[in-house]
Design a protein around this ligand. Structure first.
Ligand code: C6P
Length: 418
């Protein structure tokens, strides 16, 4: 099977021209085929230039200075917050907190809401497919506060075991369901709106880890009815070092600060302090100003393309990638096999070739994939594999690049056959 570009919802050549890194050689004479987008995406010129412009023209601290530069920086920083609010359909910009990324956002919820509310006897319900950043913060807090952390298993097709989730909610004193929207390994898309409804029915809150969903599909926090949503800028054509915690305003108002210092206070005396309004209560110290403004430009870029279009593009490409991989003798694929309603990753083992060796051989062909446990060791234990290879596509990838991946696999097999 082969595929033409006509099937795609936008002009791929035009989109690819926006990303300078895609138009370079990886090794001499080998074009770059970047299939490691779930780890971090590439950046369009508009994002790079927005950051450059900030440093060249109006670099200054925000919320502090009365001078023109500080005012300009503050306006751009707050404008980025408004763009993100609109992008995820939050009710208010006060519900949008800048963090360093998904990991920090989840740690914020654990250390603020979790530390203030969780006690022995309570249950936090997660799943076996989570990324370490949605497991370890809860493990650390459980050891300190004495609550129980339980995990919903997956079915053999890589989807979440919803019956067990329902049963856990009905029989356990669950206070929080903390769950990924889209798996970075399996590609599974969890039905988070339905899970939110179930959680709320049983008096629990829901935290959605949107690290892999927000970059790839329309995500509407009000439609999901998420209490918290965490995601990272660098996976959605934005810069590193910035991410978002969305939280419902009522909840955020009741939560104590986590990190403390400048900007998050209302008044400080030597005897004690009071806190600034939302969202600043959770943004201690000089924030990542350039990165936040860059994230605003990333949101502009994605919005111009349209998240429905991005999702449609990836769906076609993912279906093609899964089909082509399934044709290769010796490939074992993990996760739901149907490319529709599935995230843009293909995780696999190939014959007896260790994923690290495979990634190295593919790299020599100019193809960047990830190998290892993808920060999901419990899931790999559950699947009974130590490591896997993962190809992950984004809005700029092409079917020709998938064909190159398949050719790369055949070449790798030849190398290993001696
Ligand atoms: N997954 C991957 O290669 P940070 O590092 O904070 O930006 O994102 C953490 C994170 C949280 N949840 C999910 C579902 C993720 O996929 C990630 C990051 C990368 O799969 C790097 S390990």
């Amino acid at each position: 099977m082969s595929m033409t570009r006509q099937a795609f919802p936008y002009d791929l050549d035009q989109v690819r021209a926006d990303f300078p890194i895609l138009n370079q050689e990886h090794h001499a004479g080998t074009p770059l085929i970047y299939l490691d987008n779930a780890a971090s995406s590439q950046k369009p010129l508009s994002v790079i230039e927005t950051i450059d412009d900030y440093y060249r023209r109006y670099n200054a601290n925000v919320h502090r200075g009365i001078h023109k530069l500080s005012e300009e920086a503050t306006v751009a920083y707050e404008a980025a917050r408004v763009k993100v609010r609109k992008f995820i359909n939050a009710g208010s910009k006060r519900e949008v907190i800048f963090t360093r990324g998904t990991t920090e956002s989840i740690n914020l919820v654990a250390n603020s809401w979790g530390r203030a509310n969780l006690k022995p006897g309570d249950v936090v319900l997660s799943t076996v497919m989570e990324h370490h950043s949605n497991i370890v913060p809860w493990q650390l807090l459980a050891a300190e506060k004495g609550f129980t952390l339980r995990y919903v298993p997956i079915l053999s097709d890589g989807t979440l075991d919803m019956d067990t989730l329902r049963q856990e909610l009905a029989t356990q004193p669950v206070r929080l369901v903390t769950i990924m929207h889209m798996s970075n390994v399996l590609g599974t898309i969890n039905p988070v709106a339905e899970i939110a409804r179930l959680a709320h029915e049983h008096g629990a809150l829901i935290l959605v880890d949107g690290a892999q969903s927000v970059p790839h599909m329309p995500v509407d926090v009000q439609a999901i009815d998420a209490d918290f949503l965490a995601f990272s800028g660098h996976k959605m054509v934005g810069p590193t070092g910035v991410g978002i915690l969305y939280g419902k305003r009522d909840l955020l108002e009741t939560m104590p600060p986590w990190m403390s210092g400048g900007d998050m206070i209302s008044r400080v005396t030597l005897e004690g302090s009071t806190w600034n309004d939302l969202p600043y209560k959770f943004e201690a110290g000089t924030p990542n100003i350039a990165q936040a403004i860059g994230l605003g430009a990333a949101v502009d870029y994605l919005s111009r393309l349209g998240m429905k279009q991005v999702q449609a593009h990836e769906q076609i490409l993912t279906e093609y990638m899964l089909e082509r991989l399934a044709e290769v003798p010796g490939v074992t694929l993990y996760g739901p096999q149907n490319g529709a309603n599935r995230g843009a990753v293909a995780t696999f083992r190939f014959a007896e070739i260790h994923p690290h060796d495979l990634a190295q051989l593919l790299d020599a062909e100019g193809i960047a994939v990830r190998a290892g446990h993808h920060c999901a060791m419990p899931l790999h234990d559950y699947l009974g594999v130590g490591a896997t290879a993962r190809a992950s596509v984004y809005l700029y990838n092409t079917p020709v690049e998938i064909d190159a991946l398949i050719e790369g696999l055949y070449k790798a097999k030849k190398v290993f056959a001696g």
